[in-house]
Design a binder for this molecule. Sequence first.
Ligand code: UD1
Ligand code: CA
Length: 495
Amino acid sequence: MTDFRPAVAVVLAAGQGTRMKSSTAKVLHGLCGRPMLGHVLTAIGAVGPEQTLVVVGHDREQVTAALAEQQHGFAAVPVVQEPQNGTGHAVRLALDAAGDQVEGAVVVVPGDAPLLTPHTLQRLLARHLEAVAAATLLTATMPDPTGYGRIVRDPDGHVTGIVEEKDADERVRQIDEVATSVYVFDAAKLRANLGRLTTDNAQGEEYLTDVIGLLVADGDVVASVTADDYRETLGVNDRVQLATARRLMRDRIVEHWMREGVTITDPQTTWMGVGVRLEPDVTLHQNTQLHGSTTIRRGAVVGPDCTLTDTIVGEGATVVRAHCDGAEIGAGATVGPYTYLRPGTRLGARTKAGAYVEMKAATVGDDSKVPHLSYVGDAVVGERSNIGAATVFVNYDGVEKHQTTVGDDVRVGSDTMLVAPVTVHDGAYTAAGSVITDDVPPGAIGVARERQRNIEGWVERRRAGTKSAEAARRARERDTMDAVGSVDDDQGESS
Ligand code: UD1
Ligand code: CA
């Protein structure tokens, strides 16, 4: 990294984004955990401009609101461009907003190039300083340059200008080196030449690209850097390109974590955002999606088929086929398959949340288990307790939510309804099938169900002619024969 800080960064984001066909501003469409504009601002933030200006036009209320959130920890100031008279016009307005006193380097980046890296911006700035250039542009060699401005060079390889595709002749269209709309300019040279732009071109706009030709004509130094990988400079104009960019960014993030010691068994079906943190020796299996600030600690295994948002997975835990949002899973815990952990779930060390278990705002102490088919909501469960299959924490009376407390070493019998507010104290049991509405004291068993009574012969009397009645009759006859047979045996023995 150069210690050098550019004076101003300008992000171009006033264009309409027609091809997205969206009511959301183009630069606010997201990929891998951030809007496009957020990725661009993050890359710019890494080179530390003294001020960052975002030129807004179409959908400017949305974009301005997003900037006000300052999600990226540094301020970017919107500058309104109305009407949108071209990229040169946009930069002119931004520079006016920045003030006449600005001198030094001005970085220009389009808001729709989310894959641009800080590394490339640093290379561009370093080249700009080294060449003592009036302008330094980032170029890329595209397998298909259609739609981009082309870089025209003299026989010695010096840039002489940029020609927009719509203004290009057949010979220029053959050129596969393109303009990326990423530049560093000297502020004074930029200001002087923006004032000279005309709209005498195919689109009737002030082209920022024309500044390059004007500088060259004046004998000013124009330098260039070619992107190591053209894909980093891809612009997003429609949702197909957005999907391409998302895939490339996913590859980049996934590769980063593999190099940091994470095993990813199927990178093609593993998706994660830029806010995710993984420790070495984590294993991610196929179809795993990690969103938000999800953090997975050393040795944990997640997947297949997991979606985790803002979730912490403790060291050595296992999470299989689970959907978790805002949950904290303790070290050595096991979750899944088919488990839904909602915000405020906190599982202690070596806990279990098994198949078809849903939890919300629930704290489960170390070594406790909720193995099967249960709902645990608004609850605190102590340590080493077991919640039997099909237990429901009945937390909602139709108006308000209430809290349930389960102590340490408790055995909640299968199919218990714990009607909150209620407490099952340390060492207590509940009988299977109980509807527990009163607190259970320490060491007691709470039994809250009808005693069973069997009405003999009911099926044969009341459901005569059914298969059940038939089966009952056969069983009764068998019993009678057995009884007779045993009498015979007794007689045989005694004779
Ligand atoms: C522009 C470049 C082209 C380059 C390509 C790279 C010009 C004239 N052309 O073309 O050489 O190959 O980017 O992707 O600069 N914008 C504004 N205000 C405007 C017009 C555009 O802020 O009045 C913004 C857009 O929102 C966008 C960026 O500038 O973020 C580029 O504009 P766009 O219309 O996409 O230009 P391209 O035709 O892609
Ligand atoms: Ca574009």
